[in-house]
Write a protein that binds this ligand. Structure first.
Ligand code: HEM
Length: 532
């Protein structure tokens, strides 16, 4: 497979090279001009056909950051047949996401979105239009309301207790803790309890095997959705598909669909049973999970119900958008805390002062944990869950910062580079993890973006993350629980500075390897076993 990939790449390069020579012979101009022509923003020179595609490697966010350093805050690229821009500058980002939100709020129709998001029939990957509006409204009105978030607070407290117990069990058995595993379980359980009425990891679970399968499918899905697939930029690539990418998409599509269909069928069955037993009473919606709600909503064009495809697209979107983002953020936060023990101790001292050690931290404590909130902001600065948000696309020709962009321009807002922009954070120490840079006088430390757009963990404008309040609570609650409950040190006797910080690129950007650490209990034993 590697050989066929290399062969295809070489053929493409040879073909591009021949074209380049023809181009040079007959037009007198060489290596394709960079951006800047036809009123486009500046950008790197490009090859015929492939354009700048081969300038993107394994970590495209770092490659695009390099282009912003070389060509300025707004860079034009040609990726095969697709026009694209990238930026790491808060002013340009504000113009795209707020000033020209109407033009830039669509999404590209990628092969992965078509295959893996029910023909872009979800919210997150749907192009701008009436379908997106309706699906997003359903989520906002039936899942992500303040009332529903409050109604599930008790479940989140149970999951925090469960997280504490899981780590405690490993600590008392003198085992290292796989933080990726316990943090994923925490996020997955919280989300699936709201969505599906099921806890996937733990005592009253859907079964360990099913949980592991579910998690593995979600990872694979995220990997495929996030990758820069050459077939999206060079249609001819799809004929060869040398790495078998589309075949993998088809396989994952089947597995995911089977999983979601099972969930819907189980819910329908349960509903039927209830009706039969005449147990169904007028419901205020609080005991219904999201799938129950979706099954009771009317469909479009006079249809009695939403169809299964629409329900599956929504459920998949919510699971994917909610679990990985918060788990990845928490794994990075713990990575940085382990690398910076003085920050970890300072966050624990704050927990001792605000909550004490005689009871467990609760959701209602979170607004008062100002330093912990700075830790999360700093984590988002250095390790944003979505390195390019979810790429946007322009719906129509647009003017931006004095340049003209054609319709269908793909927009890579580089949040990873924004957090390392020397003009904002200073050239020295930009890679240092220093939560103090976000400290301000009195008042709550906000974790979403402010007016200055210097960090952007949830995007902005009409495509901003609708789950941000829930995401923030899940991240803070898990971290507060881990820090209040345990002292932490690196696994395998490593020194803090030896903990790796390499990332892998995808729709979310996790550490390259799972984080393992040693936990030592710091509360009285009764709190680990007892009720919250
Ligand atoms: C720490 C946790 C989270 C982070 C960092 C995060 C981040 C993001 C980002 C960066 C985007 C793209 C914004 C854009 O393209 O402009 C997004 C979109 C989205 N997020 Fe989140 N998210 C989190 C949690 C959640 C949760 C808990 C949910 C739902 C339960 C959720 C649902 C969505 C949806 C549906 C979209 C697509 C919005 C649209 O395209 O209209 N997210 N999120």
């Amino acid at each position: 497979m590697i050989i066929s990939m290399a062969l295809a790449m070489s053929l493409l390069l040879i073909f591009s090279f021949i074209l380049l020579i023809f181009h040079k012979l007959f037009n007198g101009v060489g290596f394709g001009g960079g951006g800047g022509g036809k009123g486009l923003p500046p950008g790197p020179p490009r090859w015929p056909i492939v354009g700048n595609l081969f300038q993107l490697g394994r970590l495209p966010h770092r490659d695009l950051a390099g282009l912003c350093s070389a060509y300025g805050p707004l860079v034009y690229l040609r990726l095969g047949a697709v026009d694209a821009i990238t930026t790491d500058d808060p002013e340009v980002i504000r113009e795209i996401l707020l000033g020209h939100d109407d033009a830039f709020a669509s999404r590209p129709r990628t092969v992965a979105a078509a295959r893996l998001a029910y023909g872009s029939g979800d919210v997150a990957l749907a192009p701008m239009g009436p379908h997106w509006k309706r699906m997003r409204r359903i989520c906002m009105e039936h899942l992500l309301t303040t009332r529903r978030l409050e109604a599930f607070a008790a479940h989140r407290a149970e999951e925090a207790q469960h997280l504490l117990q899981e780590v405690w069990a490993r600590a008392t058995a003198q085992e290292t803790v796989d933080l990726r595993q316990v943090l994923e379980a925490f996020s997955m359980n919280n989300v699936t309890r709201m969505l599906l009425g099921k806890q996937y990891f733990g005592s009253a679970t859907a079964g360990r095997q099913e949980a592991m399968e579910f998690m593995a499918i979600t990872h694979e899905l995220f990997h495929l959705l996030g990758m820069i697939y050459l077939g999206d930029y060079l249609p001819a690539w799809r004929w060869i598909d040398p790495s078998g990418c589309e075949r993998r998409m088809k396989e994952v599509e089947k597995k995911v669909d089977k999983f979601h269909q099972k969930i819907i069928d189980e819910h329908r069955e349960r509903k039927k049973k209830k009706m039969k037993e005449m147990e169904e009473e007028e419901d205020d919606g609080e005991e219904m999970d999201f799938v129950d709600v979706l099954l009771s909503l009317p469909g479009e064009d006079g249809k009695e119900h939403l169809d299964d495809k629409e329900i599956k697209a929504l459920v998949q979107d919510m699971i994917a958008a909610a679990t990985d983002t918060s788990a990845v953020t928490n794994e990075w936060a713990m990575t940085e805390l382990l690398r910076h023990p003085h920050v970890l101790r300072k966050a624990q001292a704050e927990l001792d002062a605000v909550v004490g050690r005689r009871r467990l931290v609760r959701e209602s404590d979170l607004p008062r944990l100002a330093y912990l909130r700075c830790v999360v902001r700093e984590t988002f600065r250095l390790h944003p869950a979505g390195p390019f948000l979810i790429p946007h696309e322009s719906l129509r020709p647009a003017r931006l910062m004095g340049f003209s962009l054609p319709a269908g321009t793909r927009v890579f807002i580089n949040t990873h580079a924004l957090g390392r922009n020397h003009h904002l954070w200073g050239a020295a120490g930009v890679e240092d993890f220093r939560p103090e840079r976000h400290e301000k006088g009195a008042g709550r430390v906000e974790i979403s973006h402010g007016d200055d757009f210097v960090i952007l963990p949830f995007g902005a404008g009409r495509r901003r993350c609708p789950g941000a309040p829930l995401g923030v609570v899940m991240v803070l609650l898990a971290l507060a629980t881990l820090l209040q409950g345990f002292d932490w040190s690196p696994a395998d006797g490593r020194r803090p500075e030896e903990i790796e910080v390499e990332e892998i690129y995808g729709m979310t950007m996790p550490r390259a390897t799972p984080l393992r650490a040693v936990a030592a209990p710091r509360l009285s034993a009764v709190l680990y076993a007892g009720a919250h």
